[in-house]
Design a protein around this ligand. Structure first.
Ligand SMILES: *Cc1c(COP(=O)(O)O)cnc(C)c1O
Length: 375
């Protein structure tokens, strides 16, 4: 069986975890957390990067930092993972879903402005498959309406938009280091604070609402509870796993891109004949090969294709059930405008096996199987 995903492993993980154990510092914010954060700050240009326990945690921290009042509105795509919406619903926000663009599956930036009301507080673009949303337009809308932008860049680590790292463009960015993402620590994530006014509060929110970070830097002589927050910091054991992966980030990225290009070349003929559609990467966007997906005719064809590929020992996946039609989405949100693409496109998307170290012969087997299914 060719698995859909294998968590990334570069070979330094055991040594670094052993080192963390032997240093007798296994709780959060030790040497490995600092190394990961510094590396990510250098690579992204973010004013402050803080590791979290998950991408979900990073989004929840972001929602907390947005200082929402009950009934404040947040604009986001319906085609995304539940955590994007859940984080804001937790703090009492009303979710306003808008449609996606069929080419990138990202929020349609031309529909955002019409969804803005006097209650709108935040726009949450999701960089699907590590391909950037149209950030110039989104930042322009946010600036003109005085809104915050929280980028869900869970899938976008190492991707760029016009030369800028995803997650480092909006006021806040969120990364995931879940085992299904390009770089992993088992469960984990990071919040990127780009608006320097939010840095101090971010540190407090992450440390149970205390000013412990100021205390550790010697800026105050005792630490105490100063605001609401939670415990969003991961253990050093997880940070140690991540550190080696971040050191090898280019190697992992190049390997994934090579696999992605191999799929793209192999499937071009099927796309040219109109049987399937391949992913689109707009100009100005450099992606990270987070996923390789194809789009087929409809839901029925997708079900048949996935069954056929299973018989060829190929594991595939699909997602997402549009949030606006999910029980919690109906409760906490509404869809603004018409659902032209969210539901239709989500039903015909199939994700092919994609992970660090994916074998070229396996890619060839997937390509051949797809050709056999169609020709
Ligand atoms: C993976 C993912 C998340 C959540 O990240 P976790 O680390 O699993 O909590 C959020 N949003 C998107 C778009 C994701 O792909």
């Amino acid at each position: 069986m060719i698995p859909f995903n294998i968590p990334p492993y570069v070979g330094t993980e055991n040594e670094y975890i052993a080192d963390a154990i032997q240093s007798h510092k296994i709780c959060g914010d030790g040497a490995y957390t600092k190394r990961c954060q510094e590396l990510l700050e250098q690579r992204t240009g973010a004013a402050k990067v803080l590791l979290t326990n998950s991408g979900t945690d990073a989004l929840e921290m972001a929602a907390l930092l947005c200082d929402l009042k009950t009934g404040d509105e947040v604009i986001l795509p319906s085609y995304t993972f539940s955590s994007t919406a859940n984080a804001f619903a937790l703090f009492g926000a009303k979710l306003v879903f808008v449609d996606i663009r069929p080419d990138t599956m990202n929020i349609d930036e031309t529909l955002i402005e019409a969804a803005i009301t006097e209650k709108t507080k935040v726009i949450v673009p999701v960089h699907y498959a590590g391909v950037a949303c149209e950030m110039d337009t989104i930042m322009d809308i946010a600036n003109r309406h005085n809104l915050l932008v929280v980028e869900d860049a869970a899938q976008g680590v190492m991707s760029t938009y016009k030369g800028k790292a995803l997650g480092a463009i909006g006021h806040i960015g969120c990364y995931s280091f879940h085992e299904t993402k390009n770089y992993s620590m088992g469960e984990g994530g990071a919040i990127l604070i780009n608006d320097t006014k939010l840095v101090e509060r971010a540190e407090i929110v992450r440390e149970k609402g205390t000013n412990r970070s100021n205390f550790l830097r010697g800026q105050v002589d005792k630490y105490t509870w100063v605001d609401i927050g939670s415990s969003y910091l991961p253990s050093e054991l997880n940070a140690a796993y991540l550190y080696g992966q971040l050191q090898s980030a280019d190697k992992i990225n190049e390997n994934r891109l090579a696999s992605w290009n191999c799929y793209k070349e192999g499937l071009q003929e099927l796309a040219n004949s109109g049987r399937i559609e391949l992913p689109v990467v707009p100009e100005g966007c450099v992606h990270n090969a987070h996923m390789f997906y194809i789009k087929v005719k409809d839901l029925e064809e997708r079900t048949q294709l996935q069954q056929y590929l299973r018989e060829q020992e190929i594991q595939t996946a699909f997602h997402y059930i549009p949030l606006h039609s999910a029980p919690a989405g109906l409760k906490f949100g509404r869809f603004h405008g018409e659902d032209c693409y969210t539901t239709k496109e989500s039903e015909r998307l199939v994700r092919l096996p994609m992970y660090y170290g994916l074998n070229t012969n396996d890619i060839q087997h997937v390509v051949n199987s797809l050709q056999k299914f169609y020709f």
